[in-house]
Design a protein around this ligand. Sequence first.
Ligand code: VGL
Ligand code: ZN
Length: 209
Amino acid sequence: MSLSISPSAALILVDVQPDFMPGGALACHEGDAIIAGIDELLRQRRFRHVVATQDWHPAGHVSFASSHVGRKPFEQIALYDQPQTLWPEHCVQGTPDAELHPAIDWSTLDAVIRKGSDPAVDSYSGFRENHGPHGNRPSTGLAGWLRERGVDEVFVCGLARDVCVLWTAQDAVALGFRASLLWSLSRPVTPDSDAATRDAMQASGIVLG
Ligand code: VGL
Ligand code: ZN
Protein backbone atom coordinates (compact mmCIF):
# COMPACT_ATOMS: atom_id res chain seq x y z
CA MET A 1 0.00 0.00 0.00
CA SER A 2 1.45 3.37 -0.96
CA LEU A 3 0.17 6.33 0.98
CA SER A 4 0.96 9.93 0.18
CA ILE A 5 0.86 11.40 3.66
CA SER A 6 0.55 15.08 4.38
CA PRO A 7 -0.47 17.08 7.45
CA SER A 8 -3.74 17.81 5.71
CA ALA A 9 -4.65 14.11 5.42
CA ALA A 10 -6.79 12.18 7.88
CA LEU A 11 -7.32 8.47 8.42
CA ILE A 12 -10.95 7.41 8.96
CA LEU A 13 -11.43 3.97 10.53
CA VAL A 14 -14.99 2.85 9.93
CA ASP A 15 -16.91 0.57 12.32
CA VAL A 16 -14.07 -1.71 13.46
CA GLN A 17 -16.28 -3.39 16.05
CA PRO A 18 -16.69 -7.02 17.18
CA ASP A 19 -20.23 -7.28 15.80
CA PHE A 20 -18.77 -6.97 12.26
CA MET A 21 -16.19 -9.72 12.80
CA PRO A 22 -16.72 -13.41 11.97
CA GLY A 23 -18.98 -14.81 14.69
CA GLY A 24 -20.48 -11.35 15.30
CA ALA A 25 -24.08 -10.31 14.81
CA LEU A 26 -23.43 -8.79 11.37
CA ALA A 27 -20.25 -10.53 10.30
CA CYS A 28 -18.16 -9.24 7.41
CA HIS A 29 -16.37 -11.78 5.23
CA GLU A 30 -12.85 -12.11 6.76
CA GLY A 31 -13.54 -8.99 8.82
CA ASP A 32 -10.89 -9.97 11.36
CA ALA A 33 -8.20 -10.03 8.65
CA ILE A 34 -7.86 -6.23 8.84
CA ILE A 35 -7.17 -5.94 12.57
CA ALA A 36 -3.40 -6.47 12.56
CA GLY A 37 -2.91 -4.15 9.58
CA ILE A 38 -4.94 -1.36 11.15
CA ASP A 39 -3.08 -1.71 14.43
CA GLU A 40 0.21 -1.51 12.54
CA LEU A 41 -0.92 1.55 10.55
CA LEU A 42 -1.83 3.34 13.79
CA ARG A 43 1.50 2.43 15.37
CA GLN A 44 3.33 3.98 12.41
CA ARG A 45 1.73 7.36 13.27
CA ARG A 46 1.65 8.35 9.63
CA PHE A 47 -1.50 10.44 9.96
CA ARG A 48 -1.75 13.73 11.76
CA HIS A 49 -5.48 13.16 12.29
CA VAL A 50 -7.14 9.83 13.06
CA VAL A 51 -10.90 9.45 13.41
CA ALA A 52 -12.95 6.33 14.09
CA THR A 53 -16.63 5.85 13.45
CA GLN A 54 -18.67 3.62 15.74
CA ASP A 55 -22.02 2.14 14.70
CA TRP A 56 -24.14 2.81 17.78
CA HIS A 57 -27.80 1.86 17.65
CA PRO A 58 -30.44 2.01 20.36
CA ALA A 59 -32.40 -1.21 20.99
CA GLY A 60 -35.33 -1.43 18.57
CA HIS A 61 -33.51 0.57 15.85
CA VAL A 62 -35.39 1.00 12.57
CA SER A 63 -32.63 -0.85 10.64
CA PHE A 64 -33.17 -4.06 12.62
CA ALA A 65 -35.37 -6.68 10.92
CA SER A 66 -36.72 -7.48 14.37
CA SER A 67 -38.28 -4.02 14.49
CA HIS A 68 -40.55 -4.86 11.52
CA VAL A 69 -43.32 -7.42 11.86
CA GLY A 70 -42.83 -10.35 9.49
CA ARG A 71 -39.43 -9.17 8.15
CA LYS A 72 -36.16 -11.10 8.10
CA PRO A 73 -32.55 -9.87 8.09
CA PHE A 74 -31.16 -8.87 4.68
CA GLU A 75 -34.61 -8.17 3.20
CA GLN A 76 -35.13 -4.73 1.71
CA ILE A 77 -37.98 -2.39 2.47
CA ALA A 78 -38.78 1.19 1.44
CA LEU A 79 -38.13 3.67 4.22
CA TYR A 80 -38.71 7.40 3.66
CA ASP A 81 -38.91 6.59 -0.08
CA GLN A 82 -35.41 5.04 -0.09
CA PRO A 83 -34.34 1.37 -0.10
CA GLN A 84 -33.42 0.18 3.40
CA THR A 85 -31.77 -3.18 4.01
CA LEU A 86 -32.94 -4.77 7.23
CA TRP A 87 -30.08 -6.07 9.36
CA PRO A 88 -29.71 -8.44 12.28
CA GLU A 89 -29.63 -6.60 15.59
CA HIS A 90 -26.07 -5.26 15.85
CA CYS A 91 -23.95 -2.62 17.58
CA VAL A 92 -26.49 -1.97 20.31
CA GLN A 93 -25.39 0.95 22.47
CA GLY A 94 -23.43 -0.13 25.53
CA THR A 95 -22.94 -3.77 24.55
CA PRO A 96 -19.40 -5.24 24.43
CA ASP A 97 -19.71 -6.14 20.74
CA ALA A 98 -20.39 -2.49 19.92
CA GLU A 99 -17.06 -1.33 21.40
CA LEU A 100 -14.13 -0.35 19.21
CA HIS A 101 -12.31 -3.64 18.66
CA PRO A 102 -10.28 -4.51 21.78
CA ALA A 103 -7.34 -6.00 19.82
CA ILE A 104 -6.39 -2.57 18.41
CA ASP A 105 -4.46 0.12 20.30
CA TRP A 106 -6.78 3.11 19.87
CA SER A 107 -4.76 5.50 22.04
CA THR A 108 -3.79 7.78 19.12
CA LEU A 109 -7.41 8.43 18.08
CA ASP A 110 -8.33 12.12 17.86
CA ALA A 111 -12.09 11.65 17.66
CA VAL A 112 -14.83 9.04 17.60
CA ILE A 113 -17.99 9.71 15.63
CA ARG A 114 -20.88 7.61 16.90
CA LYS A 115 -23.58 7.16 14.29
CA GLY A 116 -26.96 5.47 13.92
CA SER A 117 -28.22 6.71 17.28
CA ASP A 118 -31.48 8.13 15.91
CA PRO A 119 -33.97 5.28 16.47
CA ALA A 120 -35.78 6.14 13.23
CA VAL A 121 -32.84 6.72 10.84
CA ASP A 122 -29.92 4.53 9.76
CA SER A 123 -26.45 5.99 9.25
CA TYR A 124 -23.93 4.23 7.02
CA SER A 125 -21.66 7.19 6.32
CA GLY A 126 -19.54 8.82 8.98
CA PHE A 127 -20.45 12.21 7.50
CA ARG A 128 -24.22 12.16 7.10
CA GLU A 129 -27.07 10.00 8.27
CA ASN A 130 -29.15 8.11 5.69
CA HIS A 131 -32.34 9.77 4.47
CA GLY A 132 -34.69 10.53 7.31
CA PRO A 133 -38.39 11.37 7.46
CA HIS A 134 -37.74 14.96 6.38
CA GLY A 135 -35.94 13.89 3.19
CA ASN A 136 -32.58 15.32 4.19
CA ARG A 137 -29.42 13.60 5.40
CA PRO A 138 -28.41 15.23 8.72
CA SER A 139 -24.71 15.93 9.20
CA THR A 140 -22.70 14.14 11.90
CA GLY A 141 -20.33 17.13 12.13
CA LEU A 142 -17.34 15.17 10.82
CA ALA A 143 -16.83 17.31 7.71
CA GLY A 144 -16.62 20.46 9.83
CA TRP A 145 -14.32 18.76 12.32
CA LEU A 146 -11.93 17.87 9.51
CA ARG A 147 -12.14 21.19 7.66
CA GLU A 148 -11.49 23.21 10.78
CA ARG A 149 -8.26 21.25 11.17
CA GLY A 150 -7.21 21.99 7.59
CA VAL A 151 -7.86 18.48 6.31
CA ASP A 152 -8.60 18.18 2.61
CA GLU A 153 -7.81 14.49 2.03
CA VAL A 154 -9.06 11.34 3.74
CA PHE A 155 -8.01 7.70 3.69
CA VAL A 156 -10.89 5.40 4.58
CA CYS A 157 -10.76 1.78 5.74
CA GLY A 158 -12.65 -0.61 8.00
CA LEU A 159 -16.02 -2.36 7.75
CA ALA A 160 -18.04 -2.93 5.76
CA ARG A 161 -16.30 -2.19 2.46
CA ASP A 162 -19.57 -2.30 0.49
CA VAL A 163 -21.66 -0.35 3.00
CA CYS A 164 -20.29 2.07 5.58
CA VAL A 165 -16.75 2.36 4.17
CA LEU A 166 -18.07 3.04 0.66
CA TRP A 167 -20.73 5.50 1.82
CA THR A 168 -18.18 7.35 3.97
CA ALA A 169 -15.73 7.66 1.05
CA GLN A 170 -18.52 8.73 -1.32
CA ASP A 171 -19.70 11.42 1.07
CA ALA A 172 -16.11 12.57 1.58
CA VAL A 173 -15.81 13.23 -2.16
CA ALA A 174 -19.28 14.80 -2.33
CA LEU A 175 -18.28 17.14 0.52
CA GLY A 176 -15.10 18.25 -1.24
CA PHE A 177 -12.38 16.00 0.20
CA ARG A 178 -10.03 13.86 -1.85
CA ALA A 179 -10.71 10.30 -0.75
CA SER A 180 -8.86 6.99 -1.01
CA LEU A 181 -10.34 3.66 0.05
CA LEU A 182 -7.67 1.42 1.57
CA TRP A 183 -8.89 -1.77 -0.07
CA SER A 184 -6.66 -4.24 1.79
CA LEU A 185 -7.77 -2.82 5.14
CA SER A 186 -11.47 -3.30 4.42
CA ARG A 187 -13.79 -6.30 3.98
CA PRO A 188 -17.35 -6.58 2.65
CA VAL A 189 -20.50 -7.76 4.38
CA THR A 190 -21.65 -9.19 1.03
CA PRO A 191 -18.79 -11.37 -0.34
CA ASP A 192 -19.60 -10.95 -4.05
CA SER A 193 -19.94 -7.17 -3.85
CA ASP A 194 -16.37 -6.21 -4.79
CA ALA A 195 -16.97 -5.53 -8.50
CA ALA A 196 -19.95 -3.29 -7.71
CA THR A 197 -17.94 -1.51 -5.02
CA ARG A 198 -15.08 -0.84 -7.46
CA ASP A 199 -17.57 0.50 -10.02
CA ALA A 200 -19.15 2.76 -7.42
CA MET A 201 -15.71 4.00 -6.35
CA GLN A 202 -14.73 4.81 -9.91
CA ALA A 203 -18.04 6.57 -10.58
CA SER A 204 -17.58 8.64 -7.41
CA GLY A 205 -13.95 9.60 -7.92
CA ILE A 206 -12.66 7.58 -4.98
CA VAL A 207 -9.02 6.51 -5.33
CA LEU A 208 -8.21 2.82 -4.81
CA GLY A 209 -5.61 2.98 -2.07
C1 VGL B 1 -22.88 -1.37 8.57
C2 VGL B 1 -24.87 -2.34 7.96
C3 VGL B 1 -25.49 -1.82 9.05
C4 VGL B 1 -21.44 -1.14 8.29
C5 VGL B 1 -23.50 -0.83 9.69
O1 VGL B 1 -20.69 -0.79 9.20
O2 VGL B 1 -21.04 -1.28 7.10
N1 VGL B 1 -23.57 -2.12 7.72
N2 VGL B 1 -24.80 -1.07 9.91
ZN1 ZN C 1 -25.72 -0.44 11.72
